[in-house]
Design a protein around this ligand. Structure first.
Ligand code: ATP
Ligand code: MG
Ligand code: MG
Length: 365
């Protein structure tokens, strides 16, 4: 990928735009490499996302910039990663768009690695999900943006907890030394880091998170692409190739909740036909009109709305699964399944909105 049109070769010590000095690598993705830098003008640590230079990547970068600028202008922007600056660099592999972003910490996927099964405490999950929903409420309602890629890798921990007396610099210092010296995936380091960032060693319940990576996002009224979402978090309408909108993000949140709470893989199967079979087993029959509404419908369903090639389904409803398999108490199971089922309505227009989800008693329990 380090060729013409690809990544820009970068080394620790490089200075971008006479201003951002590279300290270490934070991560990378299909579109970019991301670097921890110090802003020589302000002394502040930032993340610089350097996009690949090919035409498609430059277009994607321009779209990401336009979306981020819209988010950054709004006073309610708190739950989404903030764009601080932007510039271009001309390198051996072409011209690269660079996004200067506020520095955030490791992502939710580290938690899965770090905390294993059954994952984080329910209190902590509720806390995180509330913040994700607040972020989406803002994106959907105020910015008219669909994120389209809600998944653990794109939910990042904040380094400066909003409700803490802990000096914000502390966590950033810890973070920059941690990523310089060791693998972030090391469970002990990640645990230490979270405790540090949360301002209360041993208590992870008051951490704050933000939604990152608007690189695949689009406008509610202007889509850039039809194939959205990472497979395991993909909503029914996208699987089927029907129209999608903000409700597609809500479906992904439901998958995120179930994955975070109990490694519940019922909805996160990678083969589409099996994925659809699991959706039906867990959520009930898909009405024929819905099943046959998409561009790809006939690849998976026959004209009667029955799944092709899968003869036997073993229905096991969400509530029963919670009680029978995961030993939930009845009251918790009914509230929790109610919360999830509203987010997994087959009809996008009937699915709960982020604002409605935020009022659900499960989050307050
Ligand atoms: P993808 O393949 O997921 O589309 P991408 O090229 O669009 O990737 P991002 O997901 O934005 O890139 O960033 C890649 C990685 O860099 C993230 O998973 C995260 O580890 C790290 N990262 C991104 N932004 C930040 C930030 N603001 N602060 C800290 N780390 C970040
Ligand atoms: Mg990403
Ligand atoms: Mg991306």
């Amino acid at each position: 990928d380090y060729c013409y049109g690809g990544y820009h070769p970068i080394q620790v010590g490089d200075v971008f735009n006479k201003r951002y000095k590279v300290l270490s690598k934070l991560g990378w993705g299909y579109f970019s490499t991301v670097w921890l830098c110090i802003d020589l003008r302000s002394g502040r640590h930032v993340a610089v996302k350097v996009l690949k230079s090919g035409a498609g990547f430059t277009q994607a970068g321009q779209d990401e910039l336009t979306l981020l600028r819209c988010v950054t202008r709004n006073p309610l922007k708190g739950r989404i990663v903030q764009l601080l600056d932007e510039f271009k660099i001309a390198g051996v592999n072409g011209i690269h768009i660079c996004l200067v972003l506020e520095l955030l910490g490791p992502d939710l996927r580290c938690w899965q690695v770090c905390f294993g099964n059954p994952g984080l405490s329910l209190t902590c999950v509720k806390h995180v999900i509330t913040q994700v929903l607040e972020g989406l409420e803002y994106l959907h309602r105020h910015c008219k943006i669909i994120h389209t890629d809600i998944k653990p890798e794109n939910i990042l921990l904040c380094l400066t907890p909003q409700s803490s007396s802990h000096p914000p610099g502390g966590a950033i210092q810890t973070y920059s030394s941690v990523i310089k010296t060791t693998m972030l995936q090391d469970p002990v380091i990640v645990y230490y880091f979270y405790a540090e960032a949360a301002g209360k060693p041993g208590n992870l319940d008051n951490i704050t998170v933000k939604i990152a990576d608007l690189g695949s996002s689009c406008w509610v009224y202007k889509h850039f692409c039809q194939e959205i979402q990472t497979r395991q978090y993909r909503s029914l309408e996208v699987l089927l190739g029907s129209e999608y909108g903000p409700p597609a993000d809500i479906w992904s949140v439901a998958c995120l909740v179930s994955l975070q709470t109990f490694r519940f893989v019922g909805l996160t199967i990678s083969i589409i036909l099996d994925h659809l079979a699991h959706i039906i087993e867990l959520l009930g029959m898909i009405p024929v009109s819905v099943a046959l509404s998409g561009k790809y419908s006939y690849e998976y369903f026959n004209h009667k709305g029955d799944l092709r090639r899968i003869a036997i389904l073993r229905p096991w409803g969400l509530y029963e699964v919670l009680v029978e398999k995961y030993d939930f108490l009845l009251r918790e199971a009914s509230l929790f399944s109610d919360f999830l089922l509203q987010m997994l309505d087959f009809l996008p227009e009937r699915r709960t909105t982020a604002a409605q989800c935020l009022k659900h008693p499960w989050l307050k329990l």
